[in-house]
Write a protein that binds this ligand. Sequence first.
Ligand SMILES: O=C(O)CCC(=O)C(=O)O
Ligand SMILES: [Fe+2]
Length: 372
Amino acid sequence: MTQSVLEHLKNAEGMMFGRLARAAKVRIGHRTGIGVTVPVALRDALADPSQRQLCARHIADLAVDPRIIAEAETLLRRQQLYRFASSKLMAHRGSAAEKVCFYAASRTLARASDQRRRQLLLDLPSDKGPLDRFTLSRRDGALVIPALDWTVIKEAVAEAKEAFAEGSKSRAGTKKFMATAKLPGDPMASKIMALAKHPSVLRFVGKYLDGLPILYRINLIKSENIDIEDNSSQFHHLDPEGIRQVKIFLLVSDVDDDSGPLHLLKTDASDEVQVKLGYRQRRLPDTEVNAIVGTDRLVKCTGASGTLAIGDTSRCFHFGSRPGKSQRYIVMLQYLTPFCEEFPVDADKVGGKFAALAKDDDFDMRLLGASR
Ligand SMILES: O=C(O)CCC(=O)C(=O)O
Ligand SMILES: [Fe+2]
């Protein structure tokens, strides 16, 4: 056999082995004493001082409370991988420090995607839109932008009103106090999608998330505002998808004190609550939160139709849809980073509601989560 054929066979074998090994996770995983499989890539990365340094930089980037950073750095130094290697465990049971480690490790492992996403953000067409005038600050993580005189928003509101008029279906069994309506016909051609994908909106979200975000989900939500359901999002909570995300709530109807407005507790205050309670996923009564940080830094998301309420719902405690005199109609746009617990630490593909609809180009695939 010639040299090149041998080479070819060796490469093919290597690829095959890689694929098999990926399919049978255990073979490339390192099993810890408590039954969590840590990808070898992660174990190796954290054994390498330069990779650990990169992790530390990503942790610093998050600008979380110094007490959370200190705890995260200790976890990394001790390489207590089982504490943050499993995305499912992290999403539902992780502490702030563990989630910070998951994010930093995932971002370190996906360095190429990190760089590419930052570049794609810089390459966005520069057609400025009104959101270029605003910044979501890391200190607040919450912002209300009163109704702008912008066609893109007006058309999205009009489309949402039509969709709600066509009927909404109750999410029976799950959240009885909320119902959802469908995006019209071809979701990719909708006005709501045009808003969600507008360069000005992506730039705004991407500046906060450090790169082209993943547009993960769009929900048209009608809140009945009649009943209170125990242990629901009507009580203070953090969203489980990761340590950081951005949700944009477009108010379709006018929202005032009587229509169950969303309330967001700014990040600095929310961090204090997390530290004080050693918070892990659960719902908190107002009294517990108020006793720690009061209500000065609670942002009430009211406004006229067309208002944008924006929040990092993974960093900011929040609640909404409490009983009131009127119903609330909103469109929720959810943006994630590819380094959050919604996706395994070593995933190539990520996913999301629109992943299957992505065009065959790098930008669209990354934006819709078809690739990391
Ligand atoms: O405004 C609400 O009803 C709360 C919504 C919420 O918790 C969320 O979208 O994450
Ligand atoms: Fe939430």
